[in-house]
Design a protein around this ligand. Structure first.
Ligand SMILES: [Zn+2]
Length: 61
C-alpha cells in the first residue's frame, strides 16, 4: 500500500511535521510560487505603451 505522500515541491517523502511538504524550506518555496503567479496575473500588459506612442504621433502631425 502507498500511504507515503510526496512533497509537491521536490517529490521527496513528506515529513509529518511539515505536511504536506518534506521541510519548512519547501513549504516556503511553494508559498512563494503562489504569490509570484498571482503577481504575474495582475501585472498590466505592454499595450498601454502603444496608446501613449499613438497620442504623441497625433500631436506631432
Ligand atoms: Zn520538499
Amino acid at each position: 500500500m502507498m500511504s507515503e505522500a510526496r512533497c509537491p515541491v521536490c517529490k521527496k517523502p513528506v515529513v509529518a511535521q511539515y505536511r504536506p511538504f518534506c521541510s519548512r524550506r519547501c513549504s516556503q518555496i511553494d508559498l512563494g510560487k503562489w504569490l509570484g503567479e498571482s503577481y504575474r496575473f495582475e501585472a498590466p500588459p505592454d499595450d498601454d505603451e502603444e496608446v501613449f506612442i499613438r497620442d504623441d504621433k497625433e500631436e506631432d502631425e
